[in-house]
Design a protein around this ligand. Structure first.
Ligand code: 3HC
Length: 284
């Protein structure tokens, strides 16, 4: 069933989510508080559909029809009519809490309020919204148009009907919807993020070449891409925030980010999005 989906935050994940929702036939309202980020995000969505046409998986007319269902808006208030809003802004609890406080008052009472957070407490976000029974986590994976999984995060406060609708919505995007409890890192990141930290620790402690660490895990453990290249894809800053959130949430320093990540963030080496991380990339 076609729905009106609002996406807030048009970075890598937000733009990918917009593409996925348009491809599934929904109408999409897209918002980013930073005009430059909004322009870049919309360009990514166009590129995503151009890629599909180029690959021959989508006809040009269907790509045009999908893009025609996208409307960029300039204020949160313009999202009010959406059936579901998916937030993909920076992984900073205060920013998410403030946004959900606003969404809780702006969105129509039947709307589902979803966060794409990687590791921040969905319960905390739900409480900030003032409408905790309507809040779920819909955690997409990067690149969102390619990765099949959506973790559907359930808090103790959510209305079971809302949660069931969220699962149905994720499945309707042709994704594998996996129910997850609202525990730090949910399922994937609680396992993956420490593994990625271990790759950074191995790099720092052995002096091995990052290329060799990545080659080894690809050829020896069947990873589709090496762990350091994967951190570059998801963002060095995202890996750092996710590790810290899991460490804080579990009260276990074992999960804390390796110090090298903080150094890289300080130097602006955030991975693919800045052209340099553990590896270097062509400017985009
Ligand atoms: N957007 C859209 N499509 C993309 C894409 C992107 N950014 N990157 C690659 N693709 C598509 C390609 O077009 C290609 O499609 P096709 O098979 O239909 O032609 C397909 O993906 C494979 O791409 P490539 O042949 O260029 O390259 P690879 O075979 O190396 O695949 C990859 C790229 C899909 C990114 C693969 O390396 C992979 O699966 N890597 C692991 C990604 C992963 O683990 N993501 C999860 C990260 S954790 C996370 O997101 C959680 C967060 O909270 C931190």
């Amino acid at each position: 069933m076609t729905q009106v989906v609002a996406v807030v935050g048009l970075g890598t994940m937000g733009a990918g989510i917009v593409e996925v929702c348009l491809a599934a036939g929904h109408d999409v309202l897209a918002f980013d508080g930073f005009p430059e980020a909004r322009a870049k995000g919309l360009e990514r969505v166009h590129k995503g559909f151009a890629r599909r046409v180029e690959k021959g998986t989508l006809a040009q007319a269907d790509a045009d029809a999908a893009i025609a269902r996208l409307r960029a808006v300039e204020a949160i208030a313009e999202l009010a009519s959406a059936d579901i809003v998916i937030e993909a802004v920076a992984e900073i609890p205060e920013i998410k809490h403030d946004l959900f406080r606003e969404l809780g008052s702006v969105m129509q009472p039947s709307a589902i309020l979803a966060t794409n957070t990687s590791a921040i407490s969905v319960t905390g976000i739900a409480e900030a919204s003032g409408q905790p029974e309507r809040v779920v986590g819909l955690h997409f994976f990067n690149p969102a148009p390619v990765m099949k999984l959506v973790e559907v995060v359930r808090t103790r406060l959510v209305d079971p009907q809302v949660y069931a609708s969220a699962i149905e919505f994720a499945e309707g995007l042709d994704k594998e919807a996996v129910p997850c409890p609202d525990t730090p890192g949910f399922l994937v990141n609680r396992i993956l993020v420490p593994m990625l930290n271990d790759a950074v620790r191995t790099l720092a402690e052995t002096g091995a070449d990052p290329i060799d660490i990545d080659r080894a895990l690809k050829a020896g453990a069947g990873w589709p891409m090496g762990p350091l290249a994967l951190i570059d894809l998801i963002g060095v800053d995202v890996q750092m925030h996710a590790s810290q959130a899991i460490a804080d949430g579990l009260g276990d320093e074992h999960y804390a980010p390796h110090p090298l990540l903080a150094e890289m963030v300080e130097e602006g080496r955030l991975g693919r999005k800045t052209g340099a991380g553990f590896h270097t990339y062509e400017a985009r």
